[in-house]
Design a binder for this molecule. Structure first.
Ligand SMILES: *Cc1c(COP(=O)(O)O)cnc(C)c1O
Length: 256
């Protein structure tokens, strides 16, 4: 985590946050989309709780973390100030989850973007049932085929392909689990210098979402979680409803 003295001052945080919001709105309008259909998730990994508090005071509510331990420490620190408010923060888990951490995840987060195995979905369902809550989950899909990326394989998932049958089988099983709502799909594009390289990945995620919605009309399947600081403009053009943005808001992370 950053030390307090090199965290962004709250003034410059307000400036970069508002600039990001304005940019999102502009691109949405120019692509014929309604800005309200797009949720900005401020990715606060490696950021201090002070930065989260500052953003919260600016009216922001959606926050994303990618590691369970870090998130649980921060959420605990912040809960006294923020959960008592009648507009509490909404926490999104966006990183890979080891199944032994599923219980903690189910108690901390409102939305889980990184469901990448049936086993994990099973555990989340069980723990959400114990907590008497319902978890909104997204199925993480590996569209690019990079071996370093988690997610259900969807490099070639057009109708009638083996990958598609496999996905239908997986989704049928997850859809039957209690206390989970399959709200959509998430993907990560490869890191490159060229944001345009993300476009076909985002297009394919959208096509896949439409295919799944057709096949499983009972699922809500409203969300596409795609786009980070480098490529969120393209993600908006391609239909993203959730953007996961860290660097554009907070500046570069101190990765230690
Ligand atoms: C860190 C992270 C982001 C945000 O990345 P930035 O480039 O800082 O905007 C988005 N999604 C996931 C899964 C991440 O781990």
């Amino acid at each position: 985590m950053r030390k307090q003295h090199d965290a962004l001052s709250s003034d410059s945080l307000a400036i970069s946050y508002n600039a990001t919001l304005t940019h999102i709105k502009d691109i949405a309008e120019r692509s014929g989309r309604t800005p309200d259909d797009i949720t900005l998730i401020a990715v606060t990994k490696n950021q201090p709780v002070e930065a989260i508090e500052s953003l919260y005071k600016l009216g922001h509510r959606h926050f994303g973390e990618n590691r369970v331990e870090e998130a649980s420490a921060k959420i605990e620190l912040l809960s006294a100030q923020m959960q008592s408010n009648n507009s509490p923060p909404i926490w999104h888990m966006i990183g890979h989850i080891q199944s032994r951490k599923a219980r903690t995840c189910a108690s901390l987060f409102n939305h889980i973007h990184s469901v990448d195995t049936i086993k994990l979905a099973n555990r989340l369902s069980r723990f959400a049932s114990e907590h008497e809550t319902t978890l909104s989950i997204l199925l993480q899909c590996n569209i690019s085929g990079e071996h370093t990326k988690s997610g259900f394989t969807a490099t070639d998932a057009a109708l009638n392909t083996p990958q598609w049958s496999n996905l239908v089988n997986i989704i049928s099983q997850i859809a039957d689990l209690p206390n989970l709502i399959i709200a959509g799909l998430m993907t990560m594009a490869p890191i490159t210098d060229n944001p345009e390289a993300s476009r076909p990945i985002f297009q394919n995620l959208r096509i896949l979402k439409d295919q799944i919605s057709q096949h499983f009309p009972q699922l809500p399947m409203n969300h596409l979680s795609m786009g980070m600081s480098a490529d969120y403009a393209i993600a908006i053009q391609e239909g993203a409803t959730m953007l996961r943005i860290g660097t554009s808001i907070f500046g570069h992370r101190n990765t230690k």
